[in-house]
Design a protein around this ligand. Structure first.
Ligand code: MN
Ligand code: MN
Length: 291
């Protein structure tokens, strides 16, 4: 099955595509255990596992216009990766296409937001993560995956980012954020108040015309998504994240799924990541087609 090297149903030419998949096999800023560089190919492989018809929307993914650009080059440094990803994605946004970035560690997300064109409709970012990723710099690297929400705040503004699912932070990050004011909703709040109320609260805070969703797979509990660099207990469920995508879909213009580390996977984490990407596609199609 040679087609396993592309994302499922990615049969459209680039010019005709509505959704464009790009893999970034980069995990040089991983702080605990590496392996996310193998994420893009594992997610692609697992994406073929699913039936293409979506029971909830009546959409068949066989009708989706998806193109898979394959993987970027392997980069020697985070700075080079950032430059490379921005350059790949700028023309994708400019052509009105929807990028789906498969990581890689979470350092790969900021350039995907930074590539969004100036002057386009305003962009807010819903950032799903067990961690705050709000360090100014980590181990001397401002482009570390531990700094990704902070770099995104520098692009779109603190009030246009909400982190959802947080449960692991450093004292310094929380102190820094006191003056900067990026809102976050903890995983404990989600557990107490329910996913519907907390997602509505997060979406109401994002007053932008468009939305980008960045998924660090560690936002989901390790019981469901153990294959990641820094697994963190007390997480969201896969269904919670599905709900986020369903609710964000009407304003959604881009998505990334990061930190899937196949060396620790029995297959379920990669399958979950692939399924979430497909859920986003189907929900965006449904909302654009008025279903
Ligand atoms: Mn992260
Ligand atoms: Mn994380």
């Amino acid at each position: 099955m040679a087609h396993l090297s592309t994302f499922a149903d990615a049969v459209a030419d680039l010019d005709d595509a509505e959704f464009v998949v790009l893999g970034v096999p980069f995990d040089r800023t991983t702080s605990f255990r590496p392996g996310a560089r193998f994420g893009p190919d594992a997610i692609r492989q697992h994406s073929w596992n699913f039936e293409s018809y979506d029971l909830e929307t009546g959409i068949d993914l066989g009708e989706a216009r998806i193109h898979d650009l394959g993987n970027t080059d392997e980069y020697g440094s985070a700075e080079q990766m950032v430059e490379g990803v921005r350059a790949e994605l700028r023309p994708i946004y400019r052509a009105g296409k929807f990028p789906i970035l498969l990581g890689g560690d979470h350092a790969c997300a900021p350039p995907s937001v930074e590539a969004y064109p100036d002057g386009a409709p305003s962009l807010g970012v819903l950032y799903l993560d067990a961690h705050l990723d709000f360090r100014s710099s980590y181990l001397g690297d401002r482009r570390s995956h531990a700094c990704s929400s902070r770099r995104i705040v520098e692009k779109v503004g603190a009030h246009n980012v909400v982190v959802l699912g947080v449960r692991s932070v450093s004292h310094e990050e929380v102190d820094d954020n006191r003056s900067i004011g990026m809102p976050f909703v903890t995983a404990h709040e989600v557990a107490r108040e329910g996913i519907q109320a907390t997602v509505q609260r997060a979406l109401n805070m994002l007053k932008t015309e468009r939305l980008y969703v960045s998924i660090d797979i560690d936002v989901i509990d390790p019981a469901y998504a153990a294959a990641t660099g820094t697994p963190e207990p007390f997480g969201l469920t896969p269904r919670d994240v599905k709900y986020v995508l369903d609710q964000a879909a009407p304003r959604l213009v881009g998505l990334d799924i990061m930190e899937v580390a196949p060396p620790y996977d029995q297959g379920n984490t990669s399958a979950l990541a692939a399924r979430l990407a497909r859920e986003a596609i189907v929900r965006v199609m449904a909302s654009r087609r008025g279903r």
